[in-house]
Design a binder for this molecule. Sequence first.
Ligand code: MF3
Ligand code: CO
Length: 252
Amino acid sequence: MAITVKSQREIELMRESCKLLGDVFHNMEKAIRPGISTKDIDILGEKLIRAHGCVPNFLHYNGYPASICVSVNDEVVHGIPHKDHILQEGDIVSLDAGLIYKGYHSDMARTFPVGQVTEEAKLLIERTRQSFFDGIKMAKAGNHLFDISNAIDASIRPYGYGIVRDLVGHGIGTKLHEDPQIPNFAQKRRGPKILAGMTFAIEPMINIGRADVEWLDDDWTVVTEDGSLSAHYENTILITEGEPEILTLYEK
Ligand code: MF3
Ligand code: CO
């Protein structure tokens, strides 16, 4: 399938979808503290999405049973919220969520510290975020897709962290997952050319230890094989002739 190029009207709808999702994250972030359950976060997130008149796009996606993916510590992504899973001081928690606004999808993720966390956890979170920004320096019209992948890889490589290979970023628009797939590790080919009007979800998933992941028996939760901490940072971006527009960035 071809990579879709959005019209001006579609870009406006993507912007609004992403802006509303940023607001949802802003409010979920404020709720993160020791003692809250991962299910409480899901309930809050779904409420915030619906309060904007939007629909959570993860809910029932391939059978996923919640609106917000909540992944704690060695959980990489797609953690299933549960009322008995209580966040503890020192945990790190990754929230991944998206919504549909007038038919247009948004998708983003952040990893947050719960109270005081170790220095190594802070560094993992910050370097994962930085790898996204290093990656999107290459995200401009005329470049090739895997320039982004190579730049994320180069950003992380000096730290010796594991870059998750089993899950990747993606195009996004009238569907949550559109072409192309966007790996976060170095590629041997250049990949397709990037054009203005394309919208991508760029989402490095980085482990302190090895890159290998496995799936829990719930068939959703992805965890690091070695039990090491993992962080996730994702934004939906718009390709332009110059700097990309980060549509879901709410921290300003
Ligand atoms: N957020 C994931 C992504 O970035 C998709 C999660 S789908 C769900 O592609 F079903 F797990 F929610
Ligand atoms: Co995504």
